[in-house]
Design a protein around this ligand. Structure first.
Ligand SMILES: Cc1cc2nc3c(=O)[nH]c(=O)nc-3n(C[C@H](O)[C@H](O)[C@H](O)COP(=O)(O)O)c2cc1C
Length: 394
């Protein structure tokens, strides 16, 4: 399969240094990144930085018949799936809007037919100026996606609007745009993740070792394949992928309510969360004090059966984290909860499952087919699960 390609245009803003991180992160997401820079941008960051990071030549001069061929703006435009200008100066935005094709970036942006994403970065007054506001409005009217800018500390001093959006936000928008024709485009997928917390008193809770990594990887993979994603997440120390809707919950009951609401208009529900099976029957309003060496008994009641309770005409995928009789228990859960697929993982393995970066799973369907994966990254496992969801949706 051809790798998706982003043509990154870097212009003469102080934020140009952030483009190096952006290029590297896009490349980590499996995207082929080509870079073009304006002469002003090369005053801030050397093309060598990008060349070294990406092992690919940077185009700075549209009259230079280098590796991009004799007419670089045409060949670069033709090869790109997305043109991303980040940071985008007021000057560059103005040139594109007014059709001034006198540098490699504005010329290529005009020569391309693929989506254009622009991440402005400039001093607040430049951003608020009537010219820039009008130019950005025109860009949007013409179909360009404008990301940010954000508000915060500005390099030129003071605070205000004009900071380039965070790299992660720009990546989210770019990956979503790249996925617009992928196999989950137009679908809505609900993903649950993390370990729920059932509170005993204001500071203590019953929870589990789930890190949320598997669910977050499924959410990210769904986004990259074009889906609109709602991630219903229990507390986790991870940053959710950008470009998706995130609903933060704590307890099993909250997860049930949020998931039931979210799934109304969805085509698939993938429940990777580790939901508590029991909760304390009462929540102490105050921190429980230790009473010498006396035993403390906490009565537990079963939590709601989320997988079993949420039914509807969507593809339903559950997870079974088991320490014994993995296959048998997973198959029984598939039937009991009326699932389309169950993803079974052995939580006693040291290189897979809870907290680890990798996973080795068995995907079981209603026909009793067992699809055993080797040890894969959680992102790769996510894509295997989504391959099966796509089959079921079609
Ligand atoms: C130190 C310095 C920082 C600058 N930072 C920005 C900026 O963040 N955003 C912007 O629009 N222009 C900024 N400029 C002005 C642009 O570099 C200038 O408008 C230039 O013509 C942009 O060229 P380009 O769009 O071809 O890259 C800065 C200029 C200097 C000297």
């Amino acid at each position: 399969m051809k790798r998706r390609s982003v043509l990154l245009g870097v212009t003469g803003s102080i934020a140009a240094y952030k483009a190096a991180e952006l290029a590297r992160e896009l490349s980590r997401h499996g995207v082929e990144v080509r870079v073009m820079m304006t002469p002003a941008a090369t005053r801030f960051v050397s093309p060598l930085t990008f060349e070294a990071l990406l092992a690919s030549p940077v185009v700075t001069d549209m009259f230079d018949s280098g590796p991009a061929g004799p007419i670089p703006h045409v060949s670069l435009a033709a090869d790109a799936d997305v043109v991303l200008i980040a940071p985008a100066t007021a000057d560059c935005i103005a040139r594109i809007v007014h059709g001034l094709a006198d540098d490699i970036i504005s010329c290529t942006a005009m020569a391309s037919e693929c989506p254009l994403i622009v991440a402005p970065a400039m001093h607040e007054n430049m951003y608020r100026s009537a010219a820039t506001q009008a130019n950005i409005a025109v860009l949007q009217e013409r179909g360009a996606v404008v990301v940010g800018p954000d508000s915060g500390d500005l390099a030129s001093g003071g605070r205000g609007a004009g900071r380039m959006s965070p790299v992660e936000t720009i990546i989210g928008v770019t990956m979503k745009t790249l996925g617009r024709h992928s196999d989950l485009a137009g679908r809505t997928i609900i993903v649950t993740a993390g370990g729920t917390q059932e509170f005993i008193d204001p500071v203590r809770c019953i929870t589990n070792r789930s890190s949320g990594k598997m669910g977050y990887a499924i959410a990210e993979a769904s986004r990259d394949r074009g889906a609109s994603v709602v991630l219903v997440t229990a507390p986790a120390s991870l940053t959710p992928p950008s470009g998706i809707e995130v609903v933060r919950i704590t307890s099993a009951q909250e997860m049930f309510e949020a998931t039931q609401t979210a799934v109304q208009h969805a085509q698939a529900l993938i429940m990777a969360a580790a939901v508590a099976d029991y909760r304390p029957t009462g929540l102490s309003p105050h921190k429980i004090k230790k009473q010498g060496q006396e035993m403390l008994t906490i009565q537990l009641a079963p939590t709601i059966d989320i997988l079993g309770s949420i039914q509807g005409s969507f593809v339903k995928v559950g997870f079974a984290a088991e320490s014994t009789e993995l296959e048998c228990n997973a198959e029984a859960k598939l039937t009991a909860k009326n699932l389309d697929l169950i993803v079974a993982n052995d939580i006693t393995a040291t290189d897979a499952g809870f907290g680890s970066e990798s996973n080795r799973v068995i995907i079981i369907d209603r026909q009793g087919t067992f699809d055993r994966t080797p040890l894969l990254s959680k992102r790769e496992v996510a894509d295997r699960i989504l391959d099966r969801v796509v089959q079921l949706l079609s």
